[in-house]
Design a protein around this ligand. Structure first.
Ligand code: HPA
Length: 284
């Protein structure tokens, strides 16, 4: 394995050991990765463990003051979940294997499904700030892959990516939106490296290549999840029209604020989704 991939595997092993000890045999069914502005959902979990990334051995940023991010274990709608509020982005200089760390840790602790979320710019012209979009497929424009290097023993070397987002989970998301009375778009998420936002010419290119929304995360996690055999569902929260489509300059504070404004709808959809896809039948 490359040095960074080995370091990431060691980091995952240390985090699994530390979290596993704290969780004392409890295991999650679903891992939740909460994107920019969406972390508040973690506070709704009936938590048995709520720990800062900085306090998890092996996690990058452990010991660094001010590094945000929390891992929360507990139940949401009676479903055992392990939530990551915060992630490691490629644009911060992290290796894609580090971006995939939450997925590998959650899998080792017992999760067999992954729900990913992100803030994204809307490329498709019908998408408005505040809309939620079910991710039906993605395009990896980061040109990075968390699986590069010799294969981990429990991961498929050449994972099939013809249906990265699970059809049954997509159906559960559709039904969740309908039952919560929230219209959900559906489309293709294009992941770029960032951290600069796109130019209008780049957005026109992405549109022609089939992207409906654009963001700077998610794809490394989904690739690692497929290599481990996890079922995946994803939702993008459209925080802004992509560059050149809304006329407004883009800034991170605006993206975070729009994510937080959409937080109520996001929470309703995730709760209804968990009930439909994962809750024991008595609770549906
Ligand atoms: N581009 C890339 N990433 C983003 C955007 C965007 O317009 N909005 C939120 N994340």
């Amino acid at each position: 394995m490359s040095v960074t991939a080995i370091a990431a595997q060691n980091a995952a092993d240390r985090a699994v050991a530390a979290l596993g000890e704290r969780l004392a045999g409890w295991s999650p069914r679903v891992a939740l990765i909460l994107g920019s502005g969406l972390g508040r959902l973690a506070a709704r979990i009936v938590a048995s463990l709520d720990i800062a990334f900085a306090d998890v051995p092996g996690f990058p940023g452990a010991g660094v003051r001010g590094h945000s991010g929390r891992v929360v274990a507990g139940t949401l709608e009676d479903v055992p979940v392990l939530a990551f509020a915060g992630r490691w982005h490629l644009y911060e200089g992290y290796d894609p294997a580090v971006a995939a760390l939450p997925v590998r840790v959650a899998h080792a602790l017992g999760a067999r499904s992954l729900f990913v979320s992100n803030a994204a710019g809307g490329i498709r012209r019908t998408l408005r700030a505040g809309d939620l979009m079910i991710v039906r497929d993605h395009i990896n424009f980061t040109w990075r892959n968390p699986l590069a290097g010799p294969a981990a023993l429990n991961e498929t070397r050449f994972p099939d990516m013809s249906a990265p987002y699970d059809a049954d989970l997509i159906a559960a998301l559709r039904a969740a939106g309908a039952s919560a009375g929230i219209a959900l778009g559906e489309g293709v998420y294009a992941a770029v490296l960032g951290p600069s936002y796109e130019t209008p010419a780049e957005i026109r290119m992405l549109e022609r290549l089939g992207a409906d929304a654009v963001g700077m995360s998610t794809v490394p996690e989904v690739i690692a999840a497929r290599a481990l055999g996890l079922r995946v569902a994803g939702v993008s929260v459209i925080t802004n029209p992509a560059a050149g489509m809304g006329g407004e300059p883009l800034d991170h504070a605006g993206v975070l604020a729009a994510g937080e404004r959409a937080g109520g709808d996001f929470e309703k959809v995730v709760r209804a989704f968990l009930r439909r896809a994962f809750a024991p039948p008595a609770n549906r």
